[in-house]
Design a protein around this ligand. Structure first.
Ligand code: AMP
Length: 289
């Protein structure tokens, strides 16, 4: 695996590499979720590029940013073993040089809804860095996790709106044996919190089971999920439970109170000081993903 630490090295690599090129952007602390994006890209591309950049612009608090795990040496070993051809790991000044003043904002979807509403500016930071990486690398395809479903929707929208030709591909969520979605933040959970965190997927599964049995009332599906979450004392707060259209993140079932067609059930909770988000698609196919 080659490592490019600046844009000049990246460009040299790009001028010689074989297409199709697959891109997997990450913030590092590589886990099974990241590795599944890489495996998918490996299967579909001749050249796989992964980026590690802890993007300060998408963090709400300095503390969260400084606590973010950065195990670069371990990451390099994992990425090399996964068959990545190039790791791009730029420094902050390379991406945001003095005087950088452009912001990419996906209105409504990225600013007013759900994560966009409770984390002002978060998706602007995501949209700005992803746009830069997509333009810089011109990959044929870029891979993002369904785990961060609203982020995936924001990225699909910006690529479409800005005529960025890279194909945006969503990859199913990878979970630990007990259902908890892998996340770089999981290592910050205490043992008790880690065990309590399994309630997040259980709550989604409970609602999914009701949907599979034919329940289509929006209020009941949300309530089933909320009740499961509320039963776990280590959940400090529930930011939201919602049923949305997976592309627009507009709530579904608000008219007559019934879900028609498929819907994405989304949750956001805090355990200790750690925020966890997860989702499951209710699609009538009896399949959670
Ligand atoms: P991050 O390093 O957290 O910014 O994540 C980088 C990419 O990995 C994003 O596209 C995430 O959606 C994706 N990702 C994170 N966790 C998972 C997971 N458990 N399963 C699949 N993809 C994931």
């Amino acid at each position: 695996m080659r490592i490019a630490r600046n844009i000049a090295e990246l460009q040299t690599f790009l001028s010689r590499c074989e297409r199709p090129v697959g891109l997997v952007p990450t913030m590092g602390a590589i886990h099974e979720g990241h590795l599944s994006l890489i495996a998918r890209s490996r299967a579909e591309s001749t050249t796989v590029i992964t980026t590690i950049f802890v993007n300060a612009k998408q963090f709400d608090s300095i503390q969260d940013l400084s606590n973010y795990p950065r195990p670069l040496e371990e990451d390099i070993d994992l990425l090399a073993d996964a068959g990545v051809d190039l790791l791009f790991v730029p420094r902050e000044e390379e991406i945001y040089p003095l005087g950088f003043s452009t912001k990419v904002q996906v209105a409504d979807l990225g600013s007013d809804r759900w994560e966009g509403a409770i984390r002002p500016g978060h998706f602007d930071g995501v949209a700005t860095i992803v746009t830069k990486l997509l333009l810089m690398i011109s990959a044929d395809a870029a891979y993002f996790g369904q785990k961060d479903a609203q982020q995936l929707a924001v990225i699909k929208r910006l690529a479409r709106d800005l005529h960025i030709p890279t194909k945006i591909i969503g990859v199913p969520t990878v979970r630990d044996n007990d259902g908890l979605a892998f996340s770089s933040r999981n290592i910050s959970l205490s043992e008790a919190e880690r065990s309590a965190a399994t309630v997040v997927y259980r709550s989604l599964e409970t609602a999914h089971a009701r949907y599979s049995m034919g329940e289509r009332r929006k209020a009941i599906l949300e309530q089933v999920c909320l009740e499961a979450l509320s039963a776990e004392p280590l959940i400090e707060s529930i930011q939201y439970v919602g049923l949305v259209d997976p592309d627009s993140f507009i709530e579904v079932g608000t008219g007559n109170g019934f879900i028609e067609g498929s819907a994405l059930l989304i949750v956001s909770v805090t355990i200790g000081s750690i925020k966890l988000i997860d989702n499951v698609i209710l699609n009538g196919l009896g399949c959670p993903e």
